[in-house]
Write a protein that binds this ligand. Structure first.
Ligand code: ZN
Length: 473
């Protein structure tokens, strides 16, 4: 069966879930080129090889597509299924039944064959529907703690294969050494944990109590300045896992990190067993942040930091999506002065520029400064800095609230928060942030297309973007 739509799932090793996936899927026939005649559930909701095992055992082309077995001509569809020998009387009984089914087949030449997931009404696969089906099978055996965990787990914060892996781990259904020994696959004397080489490897030891796991968890706790004591079991640990904060985004990070750490410990354990390779906890810690950042990108929040920035400063994960991200919706009190700043880079030359708008929408100042080519964000930080420096020089301007607006959303975030941003910009960012202390009321905003507006304004006043000028109007 083609499992492409479930790519990445660990089902090859999870017989129960694999069976479920197969029983829940159905191939919707289009032109018949993708569906495998014997293996895919394209006719009568199950594979022909299971409906007609006798015929399958004598099929000459067991991997042929549906289209390859059919000939469409003026008289309709004719089936031409090659066998390794002539059909015998007992085969004919199965063939009669199959033939009756084949008579009803209608191709849709203009469509491709499509795998459908039956439990979902739309036919498309979703983790929730898969989980619902999975728990139907094991529903009666779920302990109350697991029942409570369900809404906490299936949140789509990490790839579903990890949610499924964790769900199986919670139920003790992953192949730890202790479990393999209980199944008599591994001798009892070989169940020592591959990470610490001291205790038997079961789920709670591996993910919670193993000194290796403890080092990873300890790193995370220390980062947030908290101490934590694990209960004895993984399900209880996950149930208790919460971070009391009003920061919604960080609460999502907190929920996800549990799964990311557990998954990363499992990967390291496998790496040691199957590749004989041992990674240092520090390496795993970075890997955890890399994975987390990758998955955060799939969330709706526009988390502004790159993986490198998070590794350099993991505290940037405590990022808040604040109301000022939507300046048009919530602009509390319009400052009387607004700088619009922008930057551009042309071949070997870069330039910064900006114009200052008064409360009654008059342009009162314009500036333009050449600079070496910089990444856009850095250039806009420099432009913001320049605009504020100009404002500082004029007492009547300095005493009014000033807003600096640019088309770099990240820059408005960096300038608005007490820390964060690329380390090479710390000096300028700290200067911008410190203006508050000097009594200057500054705020920062984002406006799409602002850079172009700055360019237009400069050229309308006859200024080249590469001249170094400040003009008061
Ligand atoms: Zn261990």
């Amino acid at each position: 069966m083609d499992l492409a739509i479930f790519s990445g799932a660990p089902f090859a090793v999870e017989a129960g879930s694999g069976k479920l996936l197969k029983s829940g899927s159905r191939m919707q026939l289009g032109n018949g080129e993708r569906a495998l005649f014997w293996h895919d559930p394209w006719l009568n909701n199950s594979a022909l090889k299971t409906q007609f095992p006798r015929l399958f055992s004598i099929a000459r082309l067991p991997l042929a597509s549906v289209a390859a077995m059919a000939q469409i001509n003026d008289r309709g569809c004719q089936w031409n299924i090659p066998w390794i020998r002539t059909l015998r009387i007992r085969d004919l009984e199965e063939w009669d039944r199959l033939y009756q089914l084949l008579l009803q087949v209608r191709f849709q030449e203009d469509k491709e064959d499509k795998m459908m997931w039956e439990p979902n009404k739309s036919g498309s696969y979703s983790v929730r529907s898969f989980y619902t089906e999975l728990s139907k099978g094991s529903g009666s055996s779920l302990n109350p703690c697991l029942q409570q965990i369900i809404p906490k787990l299936w949140k789509n914060l990490v790839p579903y294969k990890i949610e499924v892996f964790f769900w199986l781990a919670l139920q003790g259904r992953i192949n730890t050494k202790k479990k393999l020994a209980l199944l008599k696959i591994l001798p009892m004397e070989e169940i020592i944990c591959s990470l610490c080489k001291s205790d038997p490897e079961d789920t709670s030891h591996l993910f919670l109590h193993c000194p290796f796991a403890h080092e990873i968890w300890g790193w995370w706790w220390k980062m947030w300045d908290i101490s934590w004591v694990w209960p004895s079991n993984l399900d209880q640990a996950f149930e208790q896992w919460a971070f009391p904060s009003s920061n919604k985004f960080f609460r999502k990070i907190w929920s996800s990190i549990f799964l990311v750490i557990v998954w990363s410990i499992w990967k390291e354990r496998n790496c040691r067993i199957f590749n004989g390779q041992m990674n240092h906890p520090e390496y795993i810690q970075n890997l955890i942040l890399v994975r987390l950042c990758w998955w955060v990108r799939a969330w709706k929040e526009p988390f502004p930091f790159s993986v490198e920035e998070v590794i350099r400063n993991p505290k940037s994960l405590f990022w808040k999506m604040e109301a000022r991200n939507h300046p048009r919706k919530t602009r509390p009190s319009q400052p009387s002065l607004t700088w619009f700043v922008g930057a551009s880079s042309l071949m070997q030359r870069g330039s910064l520029g900006g114009y200052l708008l008064s409360g009654d929408n008059r342009v009162i100042c314009l500036f333009s400064t050449p600079c070496s080519p910089l990444p856009l964000n850095s250039a806009i930080v420099a432009a913001t800095h320049r605009a504020l420096q100009i404002s500082l020089n004029i007492a009547s301007i300095k005493s009014q609230p000033i807003r600096v607006v640019s088309s770099a959303w990240q820059v408005s975030q960096w300038c608005s928060s007490p820390e964060g941003g690329p380390s090479n910009l710390s000096f300028i960012l700290n200067f911008i942030r410190s203006l508050h202390k000097k009594g200057m009321a500054t705020s920062f905003g984002f406006l799409n297309g602002c850079g172009k507006k700055v360019d237009r304004m400069l050229s309308a006043k006859g200024l080249s973007r590469f001249s170094d000028v400040v003009v008061w109007l």
